[in-house]
Write a protein that binds this ligand. Structure first.
Ligand SMILES: [Fe+2]
Length: 443
């Protein structure tokens, strides 16, 4: 029986329906861009076949929304193990008896029908999974995260290009080299953003000494100087673990780069072109970022330094949701959501700068920080330990800010991503920081 709902419940319901539809359109576009043979193929040992991501997205939606929130009978209890990311390492996924493409598409559509059905009846009560539609927001973000993963698979895929998008905007402002961030406390994390995930919570005060941070991500042009200076061949710039990895993996340049005469070319979704100097460098691992920073006489920012540069408003003392304010990202603010297929040149988003004058923190490239992934003081796992808590510790480094392939629903000033320091198939770059001098700190 359709219940009568308060207007704000109807608004929330409408927003959820729109976000689910927008997200599914992206998933469909990414999986319909290639043929069935390509969908079931493993394009890299680091990645799943695209058809695994597709059915996994539907399976998580079934587990959390249909079964848990809705209390409905399982559609396909038999496939839960196949699509459990913890039980099935990525390298083993192609050998599993996966649902073939047509069946996977049918399955995710059936799950979505059930979700629409239960959305008409659900009340957004105080139950933690339901308050502010959290479980629906979590599922939207989960699907968007897999869409970004599928985009990274497309980038690794051999063969003719299948994705197209207009180029990102050209620079519209001159950007300073670095910005001085004054010493003092700021609010890190959030207790109020309704769809923020457990690892972003709770809000807490962090006191930082003065520091300087790059006003933009490190560019290809700057990174090329490091390469030309023999940066990859000099163990002085690398940590012990970094040098070991650089040697074993034979790293000489960012992933997807190759020599092109005197210069460099990069491959982007199947097309080669000359490396453009004023774009943020992308496809570097943490070890490379750290080596570059050491070579440059600088260091990577901590996660707290990144977030203060992004959110802190020195006039009000408040932390904003995003560098530009509290409103959701628009196309004028940041290069997000796969509107473009690569990072925008530095200076392309003046409207997205933070109050301190730091540019392109959101979108373009995920930015490596020096911080291991840990829970904030007062952290509580929700809705399950496997979301974040099992990844806490020194094995992972935190990345911030989202990339051109990150959707706005899965990106906030507080949003935290994490990965192994050797990973670079993700859309990862970085910016540098340094301690303030005594004179700078005195102001
Ligand atoms: Fe997942």
């Amino acid at each position: 029986m359709p219940a009568t709902h308060a207007p704000d419940e109807q608004r929330l319901r409408g927003r959820i329906v729109a976000e689910l539809a927008r997200t599914r359109a992206r998933t469909v576009a990414l999986t319909e861009a290639v043929d069935d043979a390509d969908l079931v193929r493993q394009h890299s040992a680091l990645m799943s076949p695209l058809v695994w991501d597709l059915a996994h997205v539907g399976n998580q939606e079934e587990l959390w929304l249909v079964r848990d929130v809705g209390g409905r009978e399982p559609l396909r209890h038999d496939i839960d193990d196949l699509y459990d990311a913890f039980k099935q390492p990525r390298r083993d996924r192609p050998a599993l008896p996966l649902l073939p493409p047509a069946e996977a598409r049918r399955y995710v559509a059936e799950v979505r029908d059930k979700v629409h059905d239960l959305l008409e009846q659900v009340r957004f009560t105080d139950r933690p999974l339901l308050a502010d539609g959290f479980a629906f927001g979590m599922i939207v973000q989960h699907e968007q995260q897999h869409d970004e993963t599928m985009l990274a698979t497309h980038q690794l895929r051999d063969g003719a290009p299948v994705l197209t998008a207009p180029p990102p905007p050209e620079p519209a402002a001159r950007v300073a080299d670095e910005v001085l961030v004054p010493a003092g406390p700021f609010t890190m994390g959030t207790s109020t953003d309704p769809w923020a995930l457990d690892n972003e919570r709770p809000a807490h005060t962090v006191e930082l000494p003065a520091y300087a941070i790059d006003a933009a991500p490190v560019t290809n042009g700057a990174y090329r100087v490091f390469v030309a200076d023999g940066g990859y061949d000099d163990p002085r710039w690398w940590t012990g673990a970094g040098w070991r990895h650089r040697t074993e993996a034979g790293l000489t340049a960012p992933l997807h780069w190759r020599r092109d005469g005197d210069g460099w070319a990069y491959r982007r979704f199947g097309r080669w072109s000359a490396v453009r100097d004023d774009e943020p460098v992308v496809h570097v691992g943490f070890h490379e970022a750290q080596a570059y920073a050491t070579w440059a006489g600088r260091r990577l920012p901590t996660e707290a330094e990144w977030e203060k540069a992004a959110r802190f408003d020195p006039v009000t003392g408040r932390s904003r949701r995003y560098p530009w304010g509290d409103e959701d990202p628009g196309p004028e603010h940041a290069n997000l959501g796969q509107r473009h297929l690569w990072p925008a040149p530095v200076g392309a988003y003046p409207a997205g700068a933070s109050p301190l004058g730091v540019h392109q923190l959101i979108g373009d490239v995920w930015e490596w920080t020096s911080s291991p992934f840990r829970g904030y003081p007062g952290f509580a796992a929700f809705p399950y330990r496997e979301y974040s808590q099992v990844f806490f510790g020194d094995d992972h480094r935190v990345l911030r800010g989202g990339s051109f392939g990150t959707d706005r629903a899965a990106c906030r000033g507080t949003f935290r991503n994490w990965d192994y320091p050797i990973r670079r198939q993700i859309f990862s770059g970085f910016r540098c920081a340094r301690d303030a001098t005594e004179a700078e700190a005195r102001g």
